[in-house]
Design a protein around this ligand. Structure first.
Ligand SMILES: NC(=O)c1ccc[n+]([C@@H]2O[C@H](COP(=O)([O-])OP(=O)(O)OC[C@H]3O[C@@H](n4cnc5c(N)ncnc54)[C@H](OP(=O)(O)O)[C@@H]3O)[C@@H](O)[C@H]2O)c1
Length: 223
């Protein structure tokens, strides 16, 4: 499976403010770019915190006009779907398939409410040999998905970054400063030690007015 990520950051590496309230960090050109990348995926994954703010699916606008046969599926990851409502727009459309990855101890009654309109995949307790990201990748490959687009936030990025699963990082650097120790960044979680740091290769740079569109490829080199 080819795994690529796409997020926009401020020049200080933040993807949102500390309040996590939803707002577009990039310009309309960045949102257009996001649509282009979604078209190249067959499934888009994002975290429960992003869904709690956005409440809507990550889809391609005007699929028919676009020549696309169908929308990319959407997958979210959450320990127990707390603070998420099945009444949100994310759960209303029949246009795309939804997969909810949840932890093993998520309450059955909650899962039942969501199972009406979504496929639920219960993750095993992660181990060093079978991490959460590996379980997600295996589940998606089993279902025939080939191109996974990870749209964040920093919590989900960490799951994939720590084991170097991301083949290509698409990053829009926006000319903005957000600040805040508690504001989420491109990759959060526990972070890597110096000898584990991932070294990437710059594939392309595009400048559009004050925004930079960067693409980095993974290498196997750490530290
Ligand atoms: N600028 C951008 O491009 C961009 C992109 C995406 C998001 N955002 C913004 O970023 C903010 C959200 O980012 P975030 O880093 O706070 O959160 P996030 O990555 O969207 O979601 C984190 C949540 O995902 C679930 N999760 C992640 N790993 C898990 C695991 N291994 N097992 C079980 N559940 C797991 C947990 O959900 P539960 O809490 O339910 O357990 C966790 O709290 C929002 O403000 C959003 O608007 C910006």
């Amino acid at each position: 499976m080819f795994i690529f990520s796409n997020l926009a950051t401020s020049i200080d590496g933040k993807i949102a403010t500390a309040s996590r309230v939803f707002f577009p960090l990039g310009t309309s050109a960045d949102r257009k770019h996001m649509q282009t990348l979604r078209r190249k995926s067959d499934i888009v994954l994002f975290g429960a915190s992003t869904l709690r703010e956005f409440k809507r699916p990550c889809i391609v606008r005007g699929v028919a006009a676009d020549g696309l046969k169908k929308q990319p599926a959407n997958a979210i990851i959450s320990s127990a779907l707390e603070g998420i409502s099945p009444d949100w727009p994310f759960f209303q459309s029949d246009e795309f398939h939804r997969i909810l990855f949840v932890s093993a101890d998520a309450p059955k009654a909650t899962l039942k409410k969501f199972a009406v309109r979504s496929e639920i995949v219960v993750l095993k307790k992660p181990t060093p040999r079978l991490s959460t990201a590996k379980q997600i990748i295996q589940a998606l490959e089993k279902r025939g998905y080939k191109r996974l687009l990870v749209e964040g936030g920093g919590g989900v990025m960490w799951d994939f970054v720590k084991e170097n699963w991301i083949d290509e990082y698409h990053l829009t650097l926006t000319p903005r400063v957000v600040g805040g120790t508690q504001a989420p960044t491109l990759v959060d979680g526990a972070g890597l030690e110096p000898k584990e740091i991932l070294n990437l290769k710059l594939k392309s740079v595009k400048k559009l007015k004050d925004e930079l569109y960067l693409v980095y490829r993974k290498t196997v080199q750490r530290g």
